[in-house]
Design a protein around this ligand. Structure first.
Ligand code: UGA
Length: 455
């Protein structure tokens, strides 16, 4: 099949490269000429494990190409995917659909054959109807179809998710679109990946409902973690017991500093706005957003307490800045609120992240970025692990203990246990266990002060 991907960002690139790998001929389009130049040179504008290799192979085999002009490729295409951004609209939190509609108008002007226009971008329910209306206005007597095909890829494991999906959701309103979409995904169909055909509006809503549910699940375990600290239970054990129930499932029960990223924050907000517009409020999701927002600054208060209660003029080392590992994406990362709150309290922040430093430098001029966690930790009054990168799981704690001003480790991802860390002389504060309880941290801080005074 001849396919066009409009938008060579995260979703467009991964989907385009993987569909080319299935044997389709894919043209990725982007308005950003510099980005297209980089892609033609084989450079990926984002960090995603495995993407560069797949893209290079398919470019070599002649199935994947990049261009700034959609006219030619769209004329010939069996299907055109819209994979442009749908950020939060400034001011009101609705999804900003201006890029989607702009791309639709350009596609409409170029369409020739009986092409299927597919929304891959995350778009509010009913957007497919508007896309159809825009194209019909431009080309009244032509046949075309509009389908919805939401993506469920996770950053950091997007290639794996694409090739082994839990499900593929396709919303169609006619037989032609159904047949074309089935052909596009035939390789997965043969792999027995479940393909779910629905009406277009249902497919659009499945995407938002999925992200909102996952965001709610993470927020649920985060609140349970807070309770664990008060009642001397351990959230990791609670999550194990909870997740062992097949009806609940064990994934997305890892307590942490609150969800972030390019999707959950904007999608939960957009869904809440849609629901309000239809006079059918989603109060669980409204609460999820509010609980998650306040959690991030609460994490900063926890670090401050663990560091002794007053961090004015003191250095705090942050390990991990991106919203999760295996990505360089800083969008809505918890580190943004946490660092702001630490700086508001007068702390000096030093940081290290394996992949996110380039994007992070654009956000802060007053954070000291370092080439390794050990450099970042020098003279720090506390170290905080904010992102669970693999390389932080095996830190040389003995070396770190000698470098820091105070051996305090605040582990907001629970990648260590108290026993792992205290034997190297560190005071440990994790999430959802006695080690993270406010009283425990206060006791430790007081003990440390007494120790410092005695010395
Ligand atoms: C999410 C969804 O998981 C994908 O299915 C979806 O396609 C994507 O959004 C999207 O809409 O494009 P992603 O944002 O890449 O994917 O990241 P997740 O792995 O879902 O993590 C989201 C946030 O939740 C991160 O901040 C992560 O640290 C947090 N999280 C996740 C937890 O705190 N605990 C968990 O147990 C799981």
């Amino acid at each position: 099949m001849r396919l066009v991907m409009i938008g060579s960002g995260y979703v467009g690139l991964v989907t385009g490269a993987c569909l080319a790998d299935f044997g389709h001929t894919v043209t990725c389009v982007d308005k950003d000429a510099a980005r297209i130049d980089r892609l033609r040179r084989g450079e990926m504008p984002i960090y995603e494990p495995g993407l560069e290799g797949i893209a290079a192979q398919n470019v070599r085999d002649g199935r994947l190409s990049f261009t700034t002009d959609l006219t030619g490729p769209v004329k010939e295409a069996d299907a055109v995917f819209i994979a442009v951004g749908t950020p939060s609209r400034r001011g009101d939190g609705h999804a900003d659909l201006s890029y989607v509609y702009h791309a639709t108008r350009e596609i409409a002007r170029a369409l020739q054959g009986n092409t299927v226009v597919v929304t891959k971008s995350t778009v509010p329910v009913g957007t497919g109807d508007e896309v159809e209306r825009i194209i019909r206005d431009e080309r009244h007597n032509r046949d075309f179809s509009v389908a919805s095909n939401p993506e469920f890829l996770r950053e950091g494991s997007a290639i794996q998710d694409f090739k082994h999906p839990d499900r593929i959701v396709i919303g169609v309103e006619d037989e032609h679109a159904r047949a074309v979409m089935a052909e596009i995904y035939r390789p997965l169909f043969l792999n027995k990946s479940p393909i779910l055909f629905t009406a277009r509006r249902s497919a659009e809503l499945i995407k938002y409902a999925s992200n909102a549910f996952l965001a709610m699940k993470v927020t649920f375990i985060n609140e349970i973690a807070d309770l664990c600290e008060k009642v001397d239970a351990n959230v990791q054990d609670v999550a194990l017991g909870l997740g062992a129930d097949n009806r609940i499932g064990s994934k997305f029960l890892h307590a942490g500093p609150g969800f972030g990223g390019s999707c959950f924050p904007k999608d939960t907000m957009a869904l809440v706005k849609t629901a309000q517009d239809y006079d059918s409020p989603l109060r669980l999701i409204e609460t999820t957003i509010a609980v998650n927002d306040s959690r991030k600054r609460a994490m900063a208060r926890r670090i401050i307490q663990a560091a002794g209660g007053n961090v004015r003029g003191k250095k705090i080392a942050i390990f991990g800045l991106t919203f999760k590992p295996n990505t360089d994406d800083m969008r809505e990362a918890p580190s943004i609120s946490v660092i702001q709150a630490l700086q508001d309290a007068g702390a000096r922040v030093s940081a290290y992240d394996p992949k996110g430093m380039e994007q992070a430098r654009a956000l802060w001029t007053d954070v000291a970025f370092h080439a390794s966690p050990y450099e970042a930790a020098e003279n720090a009054s506390a170290i905080c692990i904010l992102t669970e990168w693999e390389q932080f799981r095996a830190l040389d704690l003995q070396r770190l203990e000698k470098l820091v001003a105070q051996p305090v480790l605040v582990d907001l991802r629970n990648i260590y246990s108290e026993e792992d860390v205290t034997r190297f002389g560190f005071v440990y504060s994790g999430i959802g266990s006695r080690s993270g309880a406010p009283m425990h941290i206060a006791d430790l801080a007081a003990a440390r002060e007494r120790l410092v005074e005695a010395v």
